[in-house]
Every structure is written in structure tokens, then in C-alpha cells.
Design a protein around this ligand. Structure first.
Ligand code: ZN
Length: 310
């Protein structure tokens, strides 16, 4: 036991050397968490909550409680601790540890919790009926213009393109004619993007971006329309924002700004900022394939909700 404690403390010391946190913090929490270096198959509790549509209701020295309107998840953080979904014991939570102020749990818990949750808690796509119309999907930035640079090192242009491609694929499945302003990492002038939409006489133009802010605590999606946007743009923005709010609870709703692509397009146009890549947790989320799928699904559903009415 003593040998194990010694090992834990020495690993803690190595970790401290790397991240420069206060030694007292780690020692005071060493009875709660095993202190290990970062593992690939671990997921932060913030990411787990976001992926499952849950919020962190309570986090104390012995457990973490996550909730949404239909579900309560309880994860006991001591070694050998169990986790529960709606009062039902599911199994051992596995290795729970703290690193850089975040709590990490095994990634396998995401799927196990999702399976045990009541439906209604996670995002539900709309009935996949066919709709008609032409939509232009614009992946923001590209090529020599990287857009914002994430606190985690990736470029905005990369995640924009990934989500744009996923959104386009989902829209085509619903029967829509989709035109993309770029399908690879290349630079396209803003005027050209609007021109593409105008030439195709699109019914709706949707630009996809990720936000950035000097204040790293800021997070949540926003949907923009131009200041003097027609009513139809606001209808589309509202539909997309409503779908986005189901996967991103910190949403900022609808905002107005005269972005060039919104002003130069001759049809209803919106710009989606899917979240802040300057926020550590949200950047991790936006870089994940599963969240990109959810954002694409939300944007697709929002578009399909209104495309035949605008
Ligand atoms: Zn951007």
C-alpha cells in the first residue's frame, strides 16, 4: 500500500513538473483520483456530458452527477467505483483521474451510458422525409486563410470543412440539391462564395464557421444573419439555432452582423458559428468526429425544417 502511494506521489510530481500546477492541489485530491498521465482512451467529463446531452449537476469528492430532463447519471470516482444511470447500476466506472483541472473517465463509458439512457435525453433527428430545394453549404476559410487557430492547435478551416461535408451528405440524403463553395483545403474569395450561390439560384445559403475569443471561458454556438436580413433568413436562423441548442446548451442564439457572404448573397443566408475553438473543452468537442456529426445533423435538420417554407 505504501509502495503504491509512493508511486502515485512520484507520478504526481512528474505531472506537476509538466503542467506547473500547485503541488497542494494534487496531494489533497490524491485520495479521490488516481494520478496518471493522459491516456488516449480517456475522455474529459465535460466532453462526455456534451456528447450525451447532459449537464454536470454536481461534482464533489466522491461522485459526479450529470443530468438532463430525462436522465440522471452518477459516476463514483474512487477506485473500483460504480456508475449508475437512472438509479440502475451499470458497472465499474474504471479509472477516473484528474489532469490540468479536468476529470477524465474511460471513453467506453460514453457508449455504455448512452445505451442505458432514456430516449428524449439525447438529440433526436427529425423524421427523415424528403424535401426539395437547393442549398449552398459554405465551409468558412480555406487554403492560405486558416481562420481562427484553436487553443488545441488545429485550424478553424479544417473543422469547418469536415462539418460542411457531413452536412452536405445529410442534406443530399434528404433529397436536397447541395452545392458546396469548396470541397477541399483551398482559398475561395468571399465574393466568389456569394457568386456561386447566386449563380445556382439557391434557396438558402449556409456558411459554417467556428468562433474564437481572447476570453477562453466563452463558449456556445451562434447563428448570424445580416443586419437587414429578410424575414426568411431569420426563419432559417431560428430553425438552425433551435436544433443547435439541443446539442449545445451554451448557445448564444441569433446575432446580427454584416458578414460579406450574408450581404452579397441574393437569397436567405445564415452563418453558423458552431462553438468556440478558443475554449479548451469546446475545442476538444468540435475536433471530435461524433460532435461534428451532431452539428451536421442539427444544421441539416434545421434547414429541412424550413427549406420548403422560405
Ligand atoms: Zn470563421
Amino acid at each position: 500500500m505504501l509502495a503504491r502511494l509512493g508511486l502515485v506521489l512520484s507520478i504526481a510530481a512528474i505531472t506537476l513538473g509538466l503542467c506547473g500546477c500547485q503541488q497542494s492541489e494534487v496531494i489533497s485530491s490524491s485520495d479521490r483520483f488516481t494520478t496518471v498521465t493522459y491516456k488516449e482512451d480517456a475522455v474529459s467529463i465535460n466532453l462526455l456530458a456534451a456528447q450525451l446531452g447532459l449537464r454536470i449537476d454536481e461534482s464533489n469528492s466522491s461522485y459526479i452527477r450529470l443530468k438532463n430532463s430525462a436522465n440522471t447519471v452518477l459516476i463514483f470516482t474512487h477506485i473500483g467505483g460504480q456508475f449508475f444511470v437512472n438509479g440502475r447500476e451499470i458497472g465499474p466506472a474504471g479509472e477516473v483521474y484528474e489532469l490540468d483541472g479536468s476529470i477524465y473517465v474511460p471513453e467506453a463509458l460514453v457508449g455504455q451510458i448512452r445505451t442505458a439512457m432514456r430516449s428524449g435525453g439525447t438529440y433526436r433527428p427529425s423524421t427523415p422525409g424528403r424535401v426539395s430545394g437547393t442549398v449552398v453549404i459554405d465551409a468558412g476559410h480555406g487554403g492560405k486563410d486558416p481562420g481562427a487557430i484553436s487553443v488545441r492547435g488545429f485550424y478553424e478551416k479544417t473543422v469547418n470543412l469536415k462539418v460542411a461535408k457531413k452536412t452536405a451528405a445529410k442534406l443530399r440524403q434528404r433529397g436536397l440539391n447541395v452545392v458546396m463553395t469548396r470541397q477541399s483545403d483551398r482559398f475561395v474569395e468571399l465574393e466568389r462564395r456569394a457568386e456561386i450561390a447566386n449563380q445556382h439560384r439557391a434557396d438558402l445559403f449556409v456558411s459554417i464557421h467556428a468562433d474564437s475569443c481572447l476570453n477562453r471561458s466563452v463558449k456556445g454556438f451562434s447563428v448570424y444573419v445580416a443586419r437587414n436580413a429578410p424575414y426568411q433568413s431569420r426563419v432559417a436562423a431560428k430553425a438552425i439555432a433551435q436544433r443547435m441548442s439541443q446539442i449545445s446548451p451554451d448557445g448564444k442564439g441569433i446575432k446580427k452582423a454584416d458578414f460579406r457572404v450574408l450581404v452579397k448573397t441574393k437569397m436567405p443566408a445564415v452563418l453558423v458559428e458552431m462553438g468556440y475553438i478558443s475554449n479548451h473543452g469546446e475545442a476538444l468537442l468540435i475536433a471530435s468526429d461524433s460532435f461534428q456529426d451532431e452539428v451536421a445533423q442539427a444544421i441539416c435538420d434545421g434547414i429541412c425544417d424550413v427549406i420548403e417554407r422560405i
